[in-house]
Design a protein around this ligand. Structure first.
Ligand code: PPS
Length: 324
């Protein structure tokens, strides 16, 4: 009885929020938010989440949504930007927007604008996007659509797991995840993979095992921080653009952390800031913030896990801060 009352109160509260706080947002997005807020936390996974085919996914993802991914009809020229959460999705999307200047679809409901968020879109919305489509996603390799008939490209951006954990921890108290534990507790869930998005290591390693595929470009956040101009040129070439130094420099100018923080194109960031607290999406944007969070014991435990998962795979990350 208590649960029914609570659920009805939640529903009523969201109906009010739909017409006030969420007023300016598309209907489809409001539906996803409502769905997310109506999911539950469990003792094993104390974040709002969805579980589909054993995968722990963000709470706005339904079975129906996952069906869209598996039946999605790709087109020649489609490009997926893939990340584990908090690895620089927003950054990569902005870089792509500056390089490829995709046309925005006239579908007003599409989250992410010219680089739509695949995980939050309907089949119909994605069909209305003009080719070439650039779509961002957190999905694992196994769930993303592929084609044997034509080329579909994937750009995977990986970030060192210590900074991902820190970034995710700061994000996790937002209402759509609603985690209310400590950093110490969060780290345990992150290491076990009991978190929306599942295991960081499974996600990154599955994509890494395909890094030699011709249609996959595997990038690292730390390399973007170290030399964004070179990485912009690599991305542009992978997408079939010839970029001069000057053109690459112009992209860099728009995609630095500071430039993006003051850029009005970042609709997702603006939404998160409005909902949560200012500066929570584009928070610090550095390599090495983990040093301000990990204790010596936590580092020892984490390093053991890192080595046990990555040793022998050829995948390595830089953990030290480097100048932009
Ligand atoms: S999300 O919510 O999963 O889509 O988040 P995501 O965009 O993947 O990751 C957010 C982190 O990326 C940082 N970020 C940047 N770093 C450097 N330069 C630029 N331009 C940039 N844009 C976004 C953002 O600040 C988050 O990291 P933290 O460490 O929390 O600051």
């Amino acid at each position: 009885m208590k649960n029914v009352v609570e659920s009805n109160i939640k529903k009523m509260a969201f109906q009010v929020a739909r017409n006030t706080f969420f007023k300016e947002y598309p209907e489809h997005f409001k539906d996803l938010c409502e769905r997310a807020l109506n999911t539950s936390k469990t003792k094993e996974i104390p974040f709002l989440h969805s579980k589909v085919n054993g995968l722990i996914l963000p709470p706005y993802m339904t079975e129906e949504q996952v069906r869209i991914y598996t039946t999605f009809q790709t087109r020649p020229g489609d490009v997926f930007l893939v990340t584990y959460p908090k690895s620089g999705t927003t950054w990569l999307a902005e870089i792509i927007r500056c390089i490829a200047q995709p046309k925005e679809s006239d579908k007003e409901n599409l989250i992410g604008g010219p680089v739509p968020t695949f995980d939050m879109a309907t089949q119909e919305q994605l069909e209305a996007v003009p080719s070439p489509r650039y779509m961002s996603t957190h999905l694992p390799f196994s769930l993303l659509p592929r084609s044997s008939e034509h080329e579909v490209k994937y750009i995977y951006l990986a970030r060192n797991p210590k900074d991902v954990a820190v970034s995710y921890f700061h994000f996790s108290s937002m209402p759509f995840l609603n985690f209310d534990g400590t950093w110490e507790e969060f780290l345990q869930y992150f290491m076990k993979g009991n978190i929306p998005g599942g295991s960081y290591f499974d996600h990154v390693l599955e994509w890494w095992s395909h890094q030699d595929d011709e249609n996959i470009l595997f990038l690292k956040y730390e390399d973007l921080k170290k030399d964004l101009k070179s990485q912009v040129k690599i991305i542009a070439e992978f997408l079939g653009f010839k970029f001069s130094d000057e053109e690459a420099k112009a992209v860099v100018k728009q995609c630095t952390f500071q430039a993006m923080k003051s850029n009005s194109n970042q609709d997702i960031s603006k939404f998160v800031d409005k909902l949560f607290k200012k500066g929570s999406h584009l928070r610090k944007g550095i390599v090495g913030d983990w040093k301000n969070h990990f204790s010596d014991e936590q580092l020892e435990e984490f390093d053991k896990l890192y080595q046990s998962r990555l040793n022998g795979t050829g995948l390595k990350f830089e953990f030290q801060s480097v100048a932009e």
